[in-house]
Design a binder for this molecule. Sequence first.
Ligand code: TYM
Length: 329
Amino acid sequence: MKKTMLTGVRPSGNLTLGNYLGAIKNFVDRQEQYNSYIFVADLHAITGYIEPQKVKESVKNSIAIYLACGINPKVTTIFKQSDVLEHGTLGFIMTFQTKMGELSRMTQFKCKSNQQTKEGVDTGLFVYPTLMVADILLYNTAIVPVGKDQQQHVELTRDLAERFNKRYGKTFEMPDVYVAPVGNKILNLQNPLEKMNKSDNGDNKGTIFLLDDIEVAKKKIMSAKTDSYNNVHFDEDNQPGISNLMSILSKITDESFESIEKRYKNKGYGEFKKEVAQVVAELLLDIQSKYKTYNDEIILDKILKEGAMQATNIAKQTLSRATKALGLN
Ligand code: TYM
């Protein structure tokens, strides 16, 4: 029997090149080897205020992008998190099994709660990792492909699964995280000390969105911040901007850093950026042309309906095991 692979993406706005290279591409490349599940994490989108209409639009938009990126609904179950009520219930149970300290230590919480201190920190931000724990455990997941920023949450999942299994008897499978060696943290093109994020200080010059206009995306690469070494060389500490562009190129084309360095020996950054811009443009063109085909209410509704049924079937069995173990039924 195939092992299970699962990942999810929050539907908060357009998906980025970071989401694609850090998570979706790794999932697509492996979807046939596993019993595969990918979902739109819409409950995670409401950890803070977000316009309801925006959530609704982003869900369908995300599914159409998944399909355009190569997720194959014939081998992968695609669903919306809120369609499977078991996520909320198991998330609630797992929150009760978690120490305050474990959640306070989460890097994402520390970063984001610092930005929220004026209005008060949302509890959603504090407890969302335990919902992610439930997302993963419900499907007996063996492998979770994510970017580096989500690794800690998968490690928390392992800790909580182990604690639950010790206390109440073997209930959950232990998931492993898969963080790819290249492209696990794509950086902001204007500030290569920060991660490329869906929200980017308003001007979005540092973030490439998968549905960006092709010429705009090329310009973003051409004006990416680099350094004055004038040497195409992979050195994340001293040349983060150039190393980031090398990661983008290498992840899309599979060319090694050594080979890229060799080809650009004694050549300027302008020429190098042109190639990266071209390769990214081709990737976006391909995704965008497929997106047009898949962005169809009838196709998307059918996929979501089938996905919800298949996912609910497994999730129900796991939740029932957990509630039984707890003495709740
Ligand atoms: P989210 O929506 O922030 O990001 C989705 C996926 O994209 C990866 N990613 C990146 N990888 C490389 N470079 C970047 N700049 C970059 N930005 C984002 C993320 O690491 C992630 O893999 N909580 C999760 C969604 C989630 C989930 C889950 C994932 C909910 N439940 C269960 C896996 C399993 C999140 O907010 O990801």
